[in-house]
Design a protein around this ligand. Sequence first.
Ligand SMILES: O=C(O)c1ccccc1N[C@@H]1O[C@H](COP(=O)(O)O)[C@@H](O)[C@H]1O
Length: 210
Amino acid sequence: MPVSAKICGLSTPETVDAAIGGGASHVGFVFFPKSPRDIVPERAGQLATPGHLGRIGVFVDPDDALLTHAVTAARLTGVQLHGEETAERVAAVKARLGVEVWKAVPVRTRADLDAARAYRGVADRILYDAKTPKGTLPGGMGLRFDWKLLDGFQHPLPWALSGGLDAANVAEAIGITAARLVDVSSGVESAPGVKDVDKIAAFCKAVSAC
Ligand SMILES: O=C(O)c1ccccc1N[C@@H]1O[C@H](COP(=O)(O)O)[C@@H](O)[C@H]1O
């Protein structure tokens, strides 16, 4: 089965086109004011994508008003909840929005993986991401976790791998984890929040070769 890629934190037509041209399965838009990748929903909605491409909005403990507005204005096919959302909150979001819901699970130790089980039957996908230091962004920091922690773990849901991936390490990450979907943000940037079309192309090429 081929491996697919989500290119996250996009904000320009050129970088969205690079993701599409590279064969990405999903593009991501960040709706979190503290992030250098924050974008207003209307602007994300103007970024055109073909119908087969998933459009995922990244949120951190969002309220219902933001979610409802962003799903419509940015034409999202899914939301990625990257905060401290409980299983009950994820279920409520899913029922309210009716789009795919991904739940990020921050990982530093093997015990951290256990949190994923709470979302069985509730979320559509788990996104394993590196746990970031307190007081920093909960994602998009270019940090990776020990991919070997996933070895032998019984995944409760379809899942994706993120955290510190780039063109140089993604093949190794896929080899170790057997991930079928990988997600990148800062690894395809020239500076925080500034996506680089050549890095997006290189990342997609590395994923396609797996
Ligand atoms: O990208 C952000 O700014 C961001 C902000 C808040 C929560 C999540 C965010 N990004 C997500 O973090 C992971 C890993 O990113 P990276 O590749 O390590 O930079 C990815 O899923 C982004 O979607």
